[in-house]
Design a protein around this ligand. Structure first.
Ligand code: 0WE
Length: 256
């Protein structure tokens, strides 16, 4: 029997076929899960529609701007109506204004700080609160993080601070939701060439740096993030919660 047979999930953060959310969603689907997808704005609706078109009747497509509580409520009303219960949730959503990722962190505006934290960190709390009442058999919530949460990555700036908030939120959510058998974990991925990475100055240099300096001497593949997503969603990870799992070819263990 497939590892996630009979499980249902909601996936936040697919923008296109290169999205980490898509790699994990595909792996969840291949493992037998039924999924609902949210998309942010009409601009991305067509992309997500095309991607999920092979998934068939059991798939749901719902708009969601994660800064809007009413839209979040609607997602869980729709998903609850269709599936009756929920087992899995993927949070793969982040945004900081472009200017905030270019200059110095010291110049981060109040507004950019607020936006980055609202979209990239608070949203996990709101989504977990929305999902929990539907996770009646327990559940697995997975969020995406990055090493910039714990060490300085030049130009990652306010996103690093927001990812630190996301990782801390993961621990507090794990504590609150543990008694309901809902687990909450982060995957801290090495750099992946996605839409979010495009246009970031020096991104290809960063990929090369990981190839040269990570123990495995390469970059992580999207499919490998998918496999980790399946593991965290499965009963094999039943005793793992509140953790940050590094899926970065070992880069995080290096001191120099
Ligand atoms: O978390 C991320 C990227 C998140 C992100 C990307 C953008 C680009 C376009 C958030 N907000 C925006 N806003 C935009 O306007 N990563 C882990 C990828 C990433 O982003 C970096 C990195 C890495 C790695 C930014 C600077 C330095 C390194």
């Amino acid at each position: 029997m497939a590892l996630l047979e009979g499980k249902t999930g909601v996936v936040f953060g697919v923008a296109n076929k290169r999205s980490i959310a898509w790699a994990i969603a595909k792996a969840w689907h291949d493992a037998g899960a039924k999924l609902a997808f949210t998309y942010q704005g009409d601009r991305l609706k067509g992309n997500v529609e095309d991607l999920v078109s092979t998934f068939g009747e059991d798939t749901l497509l719902i708009p969601c701007d994660v800064t809007d509580d009413a839209q979040i409520d609607n997602v869980f009303a729709e998903a609850g109506g269709k599936f009756g219960k929920l087992d899995l949730l993927l949070h793969s959503v982040a945004f900081a204004p472009k200017e905030a990722l270019e200059g110095e962190f010291v110049n981060t505006t109040r507004d950019a700080f607020k936006t980055a934290h609202d979209v990239s960190a608070y949203s996990l709390v709101a989504l977990a609160r929305g999902a929990a009442p539907l996770m009646t058999d327990g559940g697995s919530i997975v969020a995406m993080s990055y090493y910039g949460a714990e060490k300085v990555i030049p130009h990652y700036n306010v996103m690093g601070v927001a990812k630190a908030a996301l990782e801390a939120s993961t621990r507090y959510l794990a504590y609150d939701l543990g008694p309901k058998k809902i687990r909450v974990n982060c995957i801290s991925a090495g750099p992946v060439n996605t839409l979010a990475a495009r246009g970031i100055a020096g991104f290809s240099t960063m990929l090369k740096h990981y190839e040269e300096h990570s123990p495995l001497k390469r970059n992580v593949l999207p499919d490998e993030l998918g496999s980790t997503g399946v593991f965290l969603a499965s009963d094999g990870a039943a005793a793992i919660t509140g953790q940050v799992l590094y899926v970065d070819c070992g880069y995080q263990v290096m001191g120099m």
